[in-house]
Ligand binder design. Sequence first.
Ligand SMILES: [Zn+2]
Length: 298
Amino acid sequence: MSRKRNKKGVIKTVIVIALSFTISLLWENRKTANSNPLIPIAPVGNPPPNLLKPPKLKTSPSPPVTEAPKPPQQPLVFAPPAQFRSQIVYKASINNSKVIALTFDDGPSPETLKILEILQKHQVVGTFFCLGANLREYPEIAKRVVQAGNAIGNHSWHHYSHNVTEKTASDEIDNTGVHIYRSTGAKSFLFRPPGGRLNNGLADYAKKKNYVVVMWSIDPKDFLQPPAAAIARSVLSQATSGAIVLLHDGGGNRQQTVEALSAIIPKLKQQGYRFVTVPQLLQMQAGQKQRIANQKSP
Ligand SMILES: [Zn+2]
């Protein structure tokens, strides 16, 4: 009996020792984990910048910002006042102020950029009658023309001078209109007949489509590339209020035209002239007539 008891006692003792050893071991482990000198501790200071960023929250994408609804943007339209639709104009009758319209034919072309530069330098605008074939080649230049505040007009696609059928006239003018819109976002109802021809079918078709046929009152024949001084002299000697000046920004080197403009613009400004686009010029005449009509009515 006493041996059995002794055996039990020994087992108990062993269990107690084993338990207390395990507990003390666990306790030691906790202490060393908390104060292990081998674990490097980052010095206290500014954390690297990326840590300063707040964590990205994984949420559903924020709803689109709702802005105040914008009014639908009206396409830019270069059109004459109603009384000039389907009409031919050579100049405007303006008698209460000095205004003049510079027009440039046969572009857009790299030469157009030189013209734009000189117009911008003097802060004046003009009207550019473009060829469809060139619009297709230089849409960016046409865009710059309109962005700079100038008006744009239709000068047909091929610059035909021979007689054309109505079908050809429609191709020439309608397709050019499409390319004016594609390159500039503007619609134009200004037509300048190639070579100023009014009887080969193109001008008739334009009139049928409500265009104003824009001729000119001053032609210094810059397309023949005379000296700049000759171009300037021709324009300055014929300048009157309401005049429309024919110049070119395509069809060849236009250095003489550019140089002539450097003389023409400051000189006419000195004389009190303002430079306007063709639609602005026609609008002024229409407004003037309206005022006269109002004054006459009882
Ligand atoms: Zn032309």
